[in-house]
Design a protein around this ligand. Sequence first.
Ligand SMILES: Nc1ncnc2c1ncn2[C@@H]1O[C@H](COP(=O)(O)OP(=O)(O)OP(=O)(O)O)[C@@H](O)[C@H]1O
Length: 124
Amino acid sequence: MKPSRREFSSFRYAMEGIVTSFKMQRHVRFHCVAAVIVIAAAITLSLPVRDVALLLFVIALVISLELVNTAIEAVVDLAAPEWHRLGKIAKDAAAGAVLVAAIFAAAIGILIFYEPVMQWLGQR
Ligand SMILES: Nc1ncnc2c1ncn2[C@@H]1O[C@H](COP(=O)(O)OP(=O)(O)OP(=O)(O)O)[C@@H](O)[C@H]1O
């Protein structure tokens, strides 16, 4: 079935959201660069498919939460340009969600990469 014009527009708007977030937020850029490095390292070290799948999952989780964080920041700035207690709660909680995902993603990365990296260093 051919995608309709409406579906194509939704996809284009979603892509615009990703690109805008990438341009606006240095944390999004940082996590995208980190993701490319992690994927390149996983390919170089020929990690098992399940490990690569888990890495792709946590990368998607962190970057998705970064995009949600951008959305919440924009909505708060629109609704409460001046300081507001609820605006602070919304922005801090959204940033906290990214932080929690990033910490667990780093922990998963260490667990997955530790042994292959040690083996690789031992061969040199
Ligand atoms: N309208 C507001 N009302 C209350 N507190 C706010 C408001 N705007 C920002 N803050 C506080 O300032 C912090 C930083 O907000 P800001 O919008 O500058 O995002 P940021 O964390 O600097 O993100 P980035 O650097 O990715 O733009 C928030 O986490 C929140 O604690």
